[in-house]
Design a protein around this ligand. Structure first.
Ligand code: PEP
Ligand code: MN
Length: 359
């Protein structure tokens, strides 16, 4: 993906950060038009609405289908907003392109499936819709290569206005979030493709209204390029995802509270703080090296006294006391557990090394 164009064509007159808003699903003509008018009055330039809905189980509202495309055309005519919808099959692409929907997005269940991605990419090429911007949601499972693969299929089909959406990843069991954000995955995507815009979907990530604001701020703090947020004129009565949709007024309020970060400002203070981080990192590495030295000494002692390397109880004590201490100091317990398992693993490796030395 070396020749990407800006996600949003200049002629669209859309400012940064990019904000896309609209209902989870187009339900009725009235709901679509009323939501769109309120959003447009609040300055939103791109309207989202699902026409075909991928539902986990049959029996839910599976989208209004092609009938809703005419409503999106009305949104364009009456508000001047651009429109976006999810496409998952050749037929969707054909119908959405015919109705001149301005932008497509690929859902998380679709980007996980290379057959479907290829079908969509081929369809975009076949109907000549390569000039439309396309956003690809992360696959439901945390697999960066699959996400990149989906983007590459579109790129190879000639799509150049490409972007990615981080909407979080499925996890089994109950969690605070509907789909767990795993920021290191989009951050790695950014490292590999610095020119690929990435926006965040706090609605599907949080699954709850009250999480939309905090998750949006987190995304902006991390330098993401925009947000796609579900907004419905009457969220409590929405036919899908009602717990996470906010009214256009609430959306306006949320957006007004967000602090936009400016990447181009690097102040003197930041330079000093970064030097401090470099210094602390050196200290961490030096301390770890000293710790490993002591581990090797212990290894030598165990070897001389014919003791085994692994002493499970000692490891348990280390782990729980370090996790507790870290938590008292405001560091996440789970994080510390991961750090200490890694340190312990390296200590064991160092001791095995001592055991294997012939002296
Ligand atoms: C959606 O955006 O309405 C949607 C179905 O999202 P996802 O693919 O992220 O579940
Ligand atoms: Mn939804």
């Amino acid at each position: 993906m070396t020749e990407l164009l800006p996600l949003i064509p200049e002629s669209w007159d859309v400012k940064k950060p990019l904000i896309i808003a609209g209902p989870c699903s187009a339900e009725t003509e009235e709901q679509v038009i009323s939501t769109a008018k309120d959003l447009a009055a609040n300055g939103i330039k791109i309207f989202r609405a699902g026409i075909w809905k991928p539902r986990t189980k049959p029996g839910g509202f599976e989208g209004i289908g092609e009938e809703g495309l005419a409503w999106l055309m009305r949104v364009k005519e009456e508000t001047g907003m651009k429109t976006a919808t999810e496409v998952a099959t050749h037929a969707h692409v054909e119908a959405a392109a015919k109705a001149d929907v301005d932008m497509f997005w690929i859902g998380a269940r679709t980007s996980a499936n290379p057959f479907m991605m290829q079908e969509i990419a081929d369809a975009i090429q076949a109907v000549g819709a390569q000039d439309k911007p396309v956003l690809v949601k992360n696959p439901v499972n945390p697999d960066l290569e699959l996400w990149i693969g989906a983007l590459l299929r579109l790129y190879n089909a000639g799509v150049r206005h490409l972007g990615a959406i981080h909407r979080g990843f499925s996890a089994y069991g109950k969690h605070l979030y509907r789909n767990l954000p795993q920021w290191r995955i989009p951050i790695e995507l950014r490292r590999r493709y610095p020119n690929l815009p990435i926006i965040s979907d706090p609605s599907h990530m949080g699954g709850k209204r009250e999480l939309v604001g905090p998750l949006s701020q987190m995304a902006l703090d991390m330098g993401f390029d925009g947000l796609i947020i579900e907004s419905h004129c009457d969220p409590d009565c929405a036919w899908s995802d009602k717990g996470q949709q906010v009214s256009p007024d609430v959306l306006n309020f949320i957006l007004s509270t967000l602090v936009m970060r400016n990447e181009n400002v690097t102040t003197e203070n930041l330079t000093l703080l970064r030097q401090e981080i470099d210094r602390l990192d050196n200290e961490i590495i030096e301390t770890l090296a000293k710790r490993m030295e002591v581990s090797r000494d212990i290894g030598q002692y165990k070897k001389e006294h014919h003791m085994p390397i692994l002493q499970a109880q000692r490891y348990d004590t280390i782990l729980s006391s370090r996790v507790k201490l870290a938590q008292e100091m405001g560091i996440g317990g789970e994080f510390m557990r991961i750090v200490y398992s890694a340190i312990h693993e390296e200590s064991v490796r160092q001791q095995i090394d001592v055991f294997n030395q012939h002296n």
